[in-house]
Design a protein around this ligand. Structure first.
Ligand SMILES: Cc1cc2nc3c(=O)[nH]c(=O)nc-3n(C[C@H](O)[C@H](O)[C@H](O)COP(=O)(O)O)c2cc1C
Length: 725
């Protein structure tokens, strides 16, 4: 399958370095806990930013007759070496405010030391260090190519952090976590490379050498160190180390190492004898070490640990995605120029190829000469009579990578005008430009060839929807192809648990229909009009139901069919039983946000999403045209609808009973209320239709007669929405 140059680079880099990356990541996660464990020790003193060096020296010199040196480490622990009044030496952690001894200096744990050595060089000395440095650089490139892939996926840098639709677990989290850990990973890799370069002496030398003119050193006026102006002006947080003079002679001085410079200070007068700025290389080395290891900041150490753990997840999810893509291969029995039917596939992540391959195999089994290939490989096919294009849509209604040259090639190459074609669009209603690329392809093909079937769309890889197209294809071509469902889908993953919290029974209803309410066991965002996908046999067989959101739960209205796989499964569920299913977003059938009025038309179980929408409705005027067989059929919904009427959430109900009374269908009421319907649509109302396809067609026919514009106009305008089956 064709993949973009960026994805290819991302993959090649990952493959070439993954062993090192895994080893470095695992050890890196462990090492992140070293600074955390150190900082949990009670030697840290607050307000180190406010305490001056002079103040600290004052208390130390009061308490101890001789001080050798004082250090402040990355954790802001003060470590000193002193002589006490009884002449014994004392070294370890001290409180800088009171000069009180706190405890012995921690020795690095042998375990962390072992892991550190492994992390730095894999115990391979210079060779290992080189590979670790190289792997850091490769990881940096992987992060860069990954960012480019995200920018391309999101169609622009500005949309880098825009919402991502969760279609595939590995893909979704690869991108989401990739964006979140990008900055820490860039920092880890850049500093890793820098530290390696330093170890190989590849950076400029940066030794500090002071020159002191001993002749010019003053011996008066004498000042106590705690009164030195220079010590007063330096905060303890700036200090790395202060070394005390060995003797009281003026030739011996204080050596003060700060984070950005080194000073020599006259021990008698407090004059600064020499002041040298640290080279930028040196300053960056310290910064690199702290950023790379998390030394000195618990928060940063935790961020590093999380980002490094994410790297391991990227390795796993990246390879899982690649494997999935590679499984989707196109193989041919016939040559392109022998084939009478051509199947072209546009796919980014391979799932559309599974459908196209299954269709190809069935055609071959029927004895047809078929050729299947990627859309970008389109050419003039000598003997082709039929062309089937099965394509996904990406980005914002754009082409998948292996179809990005198709429209140009079609323009330049194609000249066989008696070729008949059918386009099947794979897409997701979670995106605003649903299957747009398929529509673009269809339009372009219409300029040159004969359309055999209108564009057929498949939402969320629905097998049902694909089979509907297959039936239509069989009808127009005289074929009798059927695709075993197991060829199309693997058992679904990541299903969520739902518990039955209420249900009615079919015997109470003349149409074998029942209401069932499910409570999601985990937090999930959904709304009325979305779909619930169930897997009755726990395998590839999927059944979708329109749902209503009623008091936060999922409500379905189900008609039990003879041998119905889905309805039989749901009907067998008992109170409190738990099932596994998944919610599918269906934005095209959500309650409109800005409509002046909503006219809902449904028959039978098509009422389910409307019961939810009405119970969520706050103030919109709503009219419900509900078709059922008898008044008894209505009993199932009577109390809910009465409640909605009493609260005003449902403004008007028209019940059409087809088997008793005036024996009317919903479309009869539409014809009767033509003035109301027209007036409402002119005032920006929205019509929503849910239920059987037969009813949908009848309603569209009625609306065609009633409305001033064509139904296509209102469909395009988003004023007619439907979810029919
Ligand atoms: C980044 C991204 C963008 C997408 N954009 C659209 C879109 O604009 N319109 C649409 O209908 N579907 C869109 N989809 C959904 C895919 O077309 C759909 O999941 C399809 O089944 C994927 O097929 P494939 O696995 O063969 O690539 C998008 C999916 C992804 C991951």
């Amino acid at each position: 399958m064709t993949i973009s140059i960026w994805r290819y680079s991302h993959l090649v880099l990952a493959i070439s370095s993954f062993v090192f990356i895994v080893l470095a990541s695992v050890t890196g996660i462990i090492l992140a806990f070293q600074p955390i464990s150190e900082q949990l020790k009670p030697y840290n003193v607050e307000d180190i930013n406010h305490l001056s060096l002079a103040e600290m020296l004052g208390v130390f010199q009061k308490k101890y007759p001789e001080i050798i040196d004082i250090k402040v480490n990355e954790n802001d622990f003060v470590i000193a070496s002193v002589f006490t009044n009884d002449g014994s030496d004392l070294s370890g952690y001290f409180n800088p405010k009171t000069a009180e001894y706190l405890g012995e200096e921690l020795k690095a744990s042998p375990f962390f030391q072992w892991i550190t050595n492994f992390h730095r060089s894999l115990f391979l000395k210079s060779v290992g260090r080189f590979f670790v440095g190289l792997c850091s650089f490769l990881l940096f490139l992987i992060a860069l190519t990954g960012s480019i892939l995200i920018i391309k996926r999101q169609r622009g840098l500005r949309r880098f952090f825009s919402k991502i639709v969760n279609e595939d677990f590995n893909q979704y989290w690869h991108v989401v976590l990739g964006r979140l850990s990008l900055i820490p990973i860039l920092i880890i890799t850049i500093t890793g490379v820098y530290l390696s370069l330093e170890k190989f002496n590849a950076l400029p030398e940066h030794k500090i050498t002071h020159t002191v003119n001993f002749e010019s050193l003053k011996v008066s006026p004498k000042v106590l160190p705690s009164e030195f102006e220079v010590f007063k002006s330096i905060k303890l947080s700036e200090v790395k180390r202060i070394e005390f003079p060995f003797s009281p002679e003026v030739e011996d001085y204080f050596t003060l190492k700060l984070h950005d410079k080194e000073l020599l200070v006259n021990q008698l007068t407090g004059d600064v004898i020499s002041n040298i700025e640290l080279a930028k290389v040196e300053q960056f080395s310290v910064l690199s070490l702290n950023l790379h290891t998390g030394k000195g900041s618990m928060l940063w150490s935790i961020i590093l640990a999380i980002a490094t753990a994410n790297i391991l997840f990227f390795v796993y999810s990246g390879f899982a995605m690649t494997l999935k893509r590679r499984q989707a291969k196109l193989k041919n029995k016939f040559k392109a120029n022998e084939a009478t039917t051509i199947v072209l596939v546009g796919s980014e992540n391979g799932s559309t190829i599974t459908y196209a391959n299954a269709f190809y195999r069935q055609l071959i089994a029927q004895g047809e000469k078929v050729f299947i290939t990627e859309m970008n490989a389109f050419e003039n096919y000598k003997k082709a009579k039929k062309l089937v294009v099965i394509t996904a849509t990406y980005g914002e209604g754009d082409d998948p990578t292996n179809a990005d040259k198709f429209l140009d090639r079609l323009n330049v190459l194609s000249n066989t005008s008696d070729l008949e074609f059918s386009v099947v669009g794979f897409g997701s209603l979670a995106y605003p430009d649903f299957c747009k690329f398929a529509f673009d392809v269809d339009k372009a093909l219409q300029q040159k060839h004969q359309q055999l079937l209108p564009v057929h769309t498949v939402n969320d890889k629905s097998i049902e929807a694909f089979n509907q197209w297959l039936n239509a294809w069989n009808n127009v071509t005289g074929n009798s192809i059927s695709i075993p469902e197991k060829d199309l889908m693997l058992a679904p993953k990541r299903l969520k648990k739902f518990k039955v919290i209420d249900r009615t029974v079919t015997k109470d209803n003349p149409d074998d229909t029942f209401l069932i309410t499910l409570q999601s066991k985990s937090f999930q965002q959904f709304t009325s009009g979305d779909l619930l996908a169930i897997y009755p046999k726990g395998d590839y067989r999927e059944r979708l139901y329109s749902i209503g959101k009623v008091t936060g739960n999922v409500q379905l209205s189900v008609k039990l069919h003879n041998n119905g796989l889905g309805s039989g499964f749901i009907n067998a569920l008992e109170q409190d039983e738990v099932l596994k299913a998944r919610l599918v977003k269906n934005t095209a059938f959500h309650f409109p946000k800005n409509a002046s009025k909503v006219i809902m038309i449904c028959n039978g179980t098509g009422i389910a999403p409307f019961l939810g929408m009405l119970s969520q409705n706050k103030s919109v005027e709503t009219h419900l045209y509900f078709g059922l067989r008898t008044q008894d059929s209505f009993e199932l919904y009577r109390s809910q609808i009465a409640q909605l009427r009493s609260t005003g959430q449902l403004s008007r109900l028209e019940l059409a009973t087809s088997r008793e009374g005036e024996k009317r269908y919903v479309q009869d009421y539409i014809m009767r209320d033509r003035a109301f319907i027209t007036e409402s649509m002119e005032a920006n109302a929205v019509i929503m239709i849910c239920g059987s396809l037969a009813m949908y067609k009848a309603i569209l026919k009625a609306l065609e007669k009633v409305l001033p514009e064509s139904t296509q106009y209102y469909l395009n305008n988003g004023q007619i929405k439907s979810d029919c089956y």
